[in-house]
Design a protein around this ligand. Sequence first.
Ligand code: MTE
Ligand code: MO
Length: 369
Amino acid sequence: MSKLIYRRRQSARPAPHAGEPTYGPLTAEELQLAVRNHSMPLEALREDITPPGLHYVLTHFDIPHIDAGSWHLRIGGAVERSLELSLAALKKDPAISVPVTLECAGNGRSLLKPRPLSQPWTLEAVGTAVWTGVPLAYLLAQARVEPEAVEIVFTGLDEGIQGGVRQQYARSLPIAEALRADVVLAYKMNGSELPPQHGYPLRLVVPGWYGMTSVKWLQSIQVVTVPFHGFQQSVAYRYQHTADDAGAPVSRIRIRSLMLPPGIPDFYTRRRILSRGPVMLRGRAWSGEGAVTGVDVGIDGKWAPAQLEKAAGAFAWRGWSFPWVADPGEHELACRATDATGAVQPLEQHWNYQGMGNNVVQRVKVRVE
Ligand SMILES: Nc1nc2c(c(=O)[nH]1)N[C@H]1C(S)=C(S)[C@@H](COP(=O)(O)O)O[C@H]1N2
Ligand SMILES: [Mo]
């Protein structure tokens, strides 16, 4: 994690391919993905709502160019009435604003050993925004979903090839989840028009689910009577032990917390340096499975409970704080959250083939002077 080493292509040794686990140094392909898809700088944990431009971004293919004037959203499939809506028409419908913590299911992937070759996140593929738009349930009620419907498929306008399969990015949601009152078709992020990288002109936001569910650059919404088996549903985003194991689908965000790194960083190592004396350690915790009920802070392996703040929403992170008197020397700080289901962050991550749902405890090394 601390060293970027470019992998030289050697004819004798075939390059590992996407998805394959490796113990090797970071590849040029991973670096390319890492610079396209940025994470949230940890200092942004100071804010309840992530400021514009600091929210993480993950885009599988290219950001599509969309002319909002001619763009339409199509709603069809197993409905009594198909709809085709312009952005102007959608903006006239009733709107809701929902604060949501989104996290990429691959967050933490690069810390795994061996490391699955894909977007090499460290710990910061997260952000919290207020998403404004039309409740999905409102539009589905207008379209009148047929009783035999089982899922809703959301398709984005972005296209590319993954796992050898040419595709438009698409994911489905079970009907019951799609009808939740807080699932939103958003045309605003933090009160402003959606930025191109976050799905302009319209995206889905499903609070509590890992980010892959919240399809950007929406083109169509199809109600289906058999489960969807698209690539991003049946191949990607699975908890698998091996390449051949069908695995279990990735869905809700697992309990996690992060600490706002105290003091100041060393440029290259990001190690923290701070002055002796009292310091308030702060951070945020979130879970898509149940409310955050506690955060423990570890100082050199000794754990004690932090003070919790109120969450901005049912699926938005909760601030926490912990007073510490820093004495000179090297220290390791950590934070570990628990949610209402009793789930607690693991001290060591259980490995899985695609590097999904990593929620290992964060450890912050500090030097107190
Ligand atoms: N159309 C489309 N939607 C998408 C993606 C994508 O590549 N294409 N990436 C998904 C993934 S994996 C994540 S984690 C989130 C990231 O949302 P953000 O970039 O707004 O943070 O978008 C999801 N929606
Ligand atoms: Mo993601």
